[in-house]
Design a protein around this ligand. Structure first.
Ligand code: ADP
Ligand code: MG
Length: 833
């Protein structure tokens, strides 16, 4: 059925204010042919008329209909990137920003300096850029520098249905920017693009747009997809079920690609491994395939490296960070760290027993299965593989996380296998404790997944759960902004002088308690001006929610990191601490520095191997943590030591692999270090830092400062060991108490302070698995707490004249000598922990 058009749209076009221009694009015939098959091409005129006539347009269309790749081209051809303006497109995922800019450049036959991308760490934007793909966070930063976004003539917010927090905030801001630009006589167009329904949050929200924007629906040429539900829903074990289903499809069903949806990287890799074992590439069958020799060669190397890996420990000399891995001189293992699954099993026999299915007739099983993983941390070159045609004579099977749900459309999928689950980060609203949980997905996303099977011909979707379970799924997953702490967003908004954040036109406002928690944290960090302490409670509450930003806050907001880390950076311009704090903050921001071995082992042999690896890794961390005062920097010293050693060794993939570090993480840390150094230099030019990858280890005094600086940033993450007399029962042994949580928390076994058990610690985060565990733990001295964290202390005698500690105006610590800290020495019972 045609969509109900809002009245503004029904009334027909108003006289056009845009001059008719047409910028020709020189596309290759093949590209042109492929474009013409996209449903959105048929709607070009309708879309462009709507955009020309309206400041804001909402465009809905099935994934794969061509929104992301084509709409920027429509705008370009219509002259929106002519003399004095460019076209901006935001994506919630970095993967999409990069790969879509490359695709559009290719389609338009234009160089990357014209069709460019900018993501957090990198980009290829130039003066000549006309179409700029970026992550939504990048555009938000630009708004801080240039509120009216003068550079842009059109901004496209893509994947709005994902409802990422930055998307939501951007739409809120743009709802104000667009009319302002109109008033100034230099209009800007806003196009909100979304995969499926539920655009009402944008269109029906009177606080956002006073005139309801027109909604254009692009009907995709979607073929029918037959959905098969399982009769029973397997309780937990969907991985085995997935494997069996793929085997069955490959053996029994006619040609066509398979796309499997799982929840995480470890699961994806494990299934890839199993499938490659079950359906190996056979040499004689693969004549002419360039990947073949590669695979065999990698397998050989992989096996060899396996035999070698469980050898002795590397020897570390912490004085200069130089680490000599024991298997120096090993054969070249190149950059295959993340996904050794590429290397597995080309000569292992087909294991029919494993899939438990009918072994008899196998009409299609002779085809090799070309198995590829797809997840967001996968290297871009590997990600790009999914767009290339599979080797001739094979069936492809892509095992993906939900990146394949809407942001990337893989051609040629006929069968979808959907485990029905999704891995999501959950936060405790008040404490910010986060945990990853695998839960049922929503009906909307299950249907998205199914839709992937009907892009080129009728397809099938196998759901590994029953229809009864499906009907219990929530219809949509709630927007991210309603599910996570928002202090980073609030700080950014305050920096934009939006003081009363409660009045901000959020498409879906975050819950009140979350807003309050964010403001309280920012006040405690000194980023906001403190509200008056007297007055009626109601007024106080109100005042708390509309505090203006402080000058420390302005400094903090200019660092591209979360507020707690920004505070650390703002404090560390002394005693040459900045390079270390920059490194610690970079390392804390980048996920998964160390290789983890949590993945399920395929067999006993591998289980042993993983055990060995794990023990070795834990020992490595202890070595990196060092001795004495170094060790008190705990897991942060491990990070610093790991980064320092790695850079000292030249940051090679080989070094990382030998020492249990993720090469990609190390490269990312280096980039972030560079970026933060630039930011620091531009904020305080007299710091004149330069990135020296091979920095020396900190001195003992510096370590003391580093600990104090981290404490000042992570103040609300303070924990105190529960004393013997406070033990309620045995399970509280070695437990810690935090101000925010009623339940005890524990130091994570992977922490180097796991056995040290210092009295006071701060932690980077709490994750909940079997218990509440603190990760990224650092020991702090009790005397520092009242000095550095007065907002978190309860003083028995009122503090009339607290010694100045840091100057919020400059963001500097005023008393420099640690002896000052020691001299203060308030009675600690006064500290309520
Ligand atoms: P939408 O944004 O509506 O989901 P896209 O514009 O992303 O759709 O995709 C349109 C078409 O372009 C799809 O058929 C997709 O497979 C194809 N496509 C996208 N990126 C690439 C690429 N890198 N290589 C080949 N085809 C691609
Ligand atoms: Mg898209």
């Amino acid at each position: 059925a045609p969509p109900a058009l809002p009245s503004a749209w029904k009334a027909g076009p108003k006289p056009s204010s845009e001059p008719a221009v047409f910028i020709p694009v020189d596309r290759s015939p093949e590209i042109q042919e492929a474009r013409l098959k996209l449903p959105i091409l048929a709607e070009e005129q309708v879309i462009m008329e709507a955009i020309n006539e309206n400041p804001v347009v909402v465009l809905c269309g099935e994934t794969g209909s061509g929104k992301t790749t084509q709409v920027p081209q429509f705008l370009y051809e219509a002259g929106y990137a002519s003399s004095n303006g460019i076209i901006g497109i935001t994506e919630p995922r970095r993967v999409a920003a990069v790969s879509m800019s490359q695709r559009v450049a290719k389609e338009m036959n234009l160089p990357h300096r014209v069709v460019s991308y900018q993501i957090r760490y990198e980009g290829n934007v130039t003066e000549e850029t006309k179409i700029k793909f970026m992550t939504d966070g990048v555009l938000l930063k630009e708004i801080q520098k240039d509120f009216l976004l003068w550079k842009y003539k059109a901004v496209i917010i893509d994947e709005a249905h994902e409802r990422s927090v930055y998307t939501d905030i951007l739409i809120g801001l743009l709802s104000r920017i667009v009319p302002l630009r109109g008033k100034k006589g230099q209009p800007m167009k806003l196009i909100i693009m979304s995969a499926t329904l539920r655009v009402e949050d944008f269109t029906e929200n009177k606080r956002l747009f006073s005139v309801t924007p027109p909604v254009i629906q692009v009907d995709a040429r979607q073929f029918s997809v037959t959905v098969h539900f399982n009769k029973r829903t397997p309780l937990n074990e969907y991985n085995g079920e997935c494997f069996r289903k793929v085997c069955k499809i490959h053996r029994m069903l006619p040609s066509g690609g398979i796309l499997v949806f799982l929840t995480g990287q470890a699961e994806v890799n494990s299934l890839c491994r199993r499938l490659r074992k079950a359906f190996p590439f056979r040499k004689n069958k693969m004549a002419g395939d360039e990947d073949k020799d590669d695979t065999v060669e990698k397998t050989r190397r992989f096996k060899k490296s396996r035999q070698k890996k469980t050898t002795t420990l590397p020897k570390i000399n912490l004085d200069n960070y130089s680490v000599m891995p024991a298997d120096e001189g090993d054969e070249d293992r190149d950059a295959e760290m993340d996904d050794d699954e590429d290397a597995v099993g080309s000569d292992i026999d087909l294991d029919l027993g494993d899939d438990g299915s009918e072994g008899g007739e196998e009409p299609y099983s002779s085809l090799p299965l070309y198995v590829l993983p797809l997840y967001s941390l996968l290297a871009p070159e590997k990600q790009a593989k999914v767009f290339r045609p599979p080797p001739p004579g094979t069936r492809f099977c892509i095992v993906a996380t939900n990146v394949a749900e809407t942001s990337l459309t893989i051609p040629g999928v006929k069968y979808v296998v959907d485990c029905g689950k999704v891995k999501k980060r959950f936060y405790d609203k008040v404490t910010g404790v986060s945990s990853f949980k695998v839960t049922w997905t929503s009906q909307a996303s299950a249907n998205q997944r199914a839709g992937r099977a009907g892009r080129t011909e009728p397809g099938h979707c196998y759901r590994l759960y029953s229809s009864a379970v499906f009907s219990d799924f929530e219809k949509f997953s709630p927007p991210e902004i309603t599910r996570r702490p928002v202090e980073d967003l609030i700080l950014q908004m305050k920096a934009l002088n939006i003081e009363k954040v409660v009045n901000f036109p959020f498409p879906s406002p975050p819950p009140m308690d979350v807003l309050v928690a964010a403001e309280e944290l920012l006040i405690a960090l000194g980023a906001l001006q403190e509200p008056p302490k007297t007055g009626r409670l109601k007024d106080l509450q109100k005042a708390k929610l509309s505090c203006p930003i402080s000058s420390l806050g302005t400094t903090m907001a200019s660092f591209p990191v979360a507020p707690r880390y920004a505070k650390m950076l703002a404090l560390s311009k002394q005693h040459a601490c900045l390079p270390y704090v920059i490194t610690i903050v970079s390392a804390m921001t980048v996920r998964e520095l160390f290789e983890e071995f949590e993945r399920p082992a395929v067999n006993e042999e591998e289980q042993e191997e993983l055990k060995g690896k794990k023990a070795r890794l834990i020992q490595m961390r202890r070595l990196w943590a060092g001795q004495g005062s170094f060790q008190k920097l705990g897991d942060l010293m491990v990070m610093l030591g790991a980064v320092g050693s790695c850079e000292y060794a030249g940051c090679t993939p080989k070094f990382c692999q030998a020492n249990g570090l993720r090469y990609k993480a190390m490269v990312e840390i280096r980039r972030l270090r560079g970026q933060l150094t630039t930011a620091v230099n531009s904020i305080c030019p007299d710091a004149s830092l330069f990135v020296d990858p091979k920095m020396k280890p900190p001195t003992e005094t510096q370590v003391t400062y580093l600990r104090q600086i981290v404490l000042a940033g992570l103040g609300d993450h303070l924990a105190r060991r529960i004393q013997a007399e406070e033990l309620l029962d045995e399970t509280w042994k070695n437990a810690y108490k935090t101000p925010l949580l009623d339940d005890p928390v524990f130091i994570h076994p992977s922490s180097v302070l796991f056995k040290e058990l210092p009295e006071f610690v701060v932690y980077q985060e709490i994750v909940e698995t079997t218990k509440m565990y603190m990760k990224g733990v650092l020991a702090v001295n009790s005397e520092w707490i009242p000095v550095l964290l007065p907002p978190y202390c309860h003083f028995e005698k009122p503090l009339d004249n607290p010694p100045p500690f840091y100057c919020p105006e400059t963001g500097r610590i005023k008393c420099h000598r640690p002896s000052v800290f020691y001299r203060v020495g308030w009675q600690l019972p006064a500290v309520e922990v």
